[in-house]
Design a protein around this ligand. Structure first.
Ligand code: TPP
Ligand code: MG
Length: 366
């Protein structure tokens, strides 16, 4: 196993970013933050139903990692997925409409908060089953390798998903096939109310998990969007286009799959109903002081990339963009019942083909 060491400050990939690219990162993080605040409000007003998990506090992870990859690289995430979709470029109107159960939502209103999909932006969900997206990511990465594409698959998972069998089976395959895959663990230290130290072996050093499967390991500060960018840029360049001798590829290229421990923190509860008895207010406040949005703003002000007035203007713009998304979702038509029978099979047959319900049990007995 290889471990990525910290980059020398003068060779940081983020030093190559233009002022416009840095400002785009700030805009995306602000958009996610404001989107999540309105999501909470609309959930409390019962406009949004089902399970809903906010990304507030973790914005730098999705934004920094997505910026380091190409738009054509497939991305897949767990259920705390609003930030990943917005970082990938999903229109906030389609994201909000999805949660409102509207037919113009990104999954036609059938997926809700936990199942954001966006084919044009290569976002493959949003998955509610903890760890369920990891085998799918292996499939995506295998497809890239099989078709000899110059891409890398980016798979986000929570620290809790590290204890799912499917994650380990997937990492094993990623290791032996040297897949072009980055396993990005959003280590916010909690799985619902369970601290990582109580539920995960070797929690203090996750590099051993990567070592077990021969994956290159890296760790980064997930509260610093530029540190996230640096780590994922350096890794993606080496993972991209990885090939495997045992699968007949000659020559063997790339470093194969990688595993990143992204150390982050969620500022809000696990889901919309969480009394948060498992952590202290002081702990939350301590991490809120490291808010990635404030940190990037400060850096950009110090480097004279922007002014306080410009930051406030961007914030006002994204707030309006989110208000427009809520208006759009409110006015969009609800998902019709017939949609229950579409998108079930890749090649619909019988009643599904006609867009009608299959016979219900009662009908069959008649
Ligand atoms: C297979 C499975 N087991 C249990 C659950 C219930 N569950 C939902 S979220 C969650 C915690 C996951 O924590 P983590 O992976 O760290 O993600 P985070 O919520 O911190 O983003 C659990 C156990 C589930 N959705 N799927
Ligand atoms: Mg977690």
């Amino acid at each position: 196993m290889t471990t990525m060491t910290d980059q020398h400050p003068s060779t940081r990939p983020s030093d190559q970013l233009s002022g416009a690219q840095l400002m785009q990162m700030l805009r995306q993080m602000l958009l996610i933050r404001r989107f999540e605040e309105r999501t909470a409000q609309n959930y409390q007003q019962a406009k949004i139903g089902g399970f809903c998990h906010l990304y507030i506090g973790q914005e730098a992870v999705a934004v920094g990692a997505a910026a380091a990859l190409h738009g054509e690289d497939p991305l897949i995430a767990a259920y705390r997925d609003h930030g990943h979709a917005l970082a990938r470029g999903m229109d906030p109107r389609y994201a909000m409409a999805e949660m409102f159960g509207r037919v113009s939502g990104c999954a036609k209103g059938k997926g809700g908060s936990m199942h954001f999909f966006d084919k044009p932006h290569q976002m493959y969900g949003g998955h509610a089953i903890v760890g369920g997206q990891v085998p799918l990511a292996v499939g995506l990465a295998f497809g890239i390798q099989y078709q000899q594409q110059d891409k890398v698959c980016l798979c986000f998972l929570g620290d809790g998903a590290l204890n799912q069998g499917a994650t380990h089976e997937s990492m094993n395959l990623a290791g032996i096939w040297r897949l072009p895959l980055i396993v990005a663990v959003e280590n916010n230290m909690y799985s619902m109310g369970t601290h990582i130290a109580r539920g995960t072996s070797c929690a203090e050093d996750l590099s051993v998990k990567a070592a077990a499967y021969g994956l290159t390991f890296a760790r980064c500060d997930g509260m610093d969007v530029l540190a996230v960018y640096d780590t994922f840029k350096a890794l993606a360049d080496q993972v991209r286009g990885s090939t495997c001798k045992t699968l007949g590829h000659n020559p063997e290229r790339g470093i194969g799959a990688a595993f990143v421990d992204v150390q982050t923190y969620r500022f809000k509860g696990h889901s919309m109903s969480d009394p948060q008895k498992y952590r202290s207010k002081d702990e939350v406040a301590q991490y809120e002081e490291q808010d990635a949005i404030a940190r990037l703003s400060q850096t950009l002000l110090e480097r004279r990339v922007t002014t306080q007035e410009q930051i406030e203007a961007i914030d006002a713009e994204v707030k309006q963009q989110v208000l427009d998304a809520v208006k759009y979702a409110n006015e969009a038509p609800p998902t019709p019942m017939e949609e229950l029978y579409t998108d079930v099979y890749a090649q619909p047959y019988g009643p599904y083909q006609q867009g009608k319900a299959p016979l219900l049990m009662e009908d069959q007995q008649d």
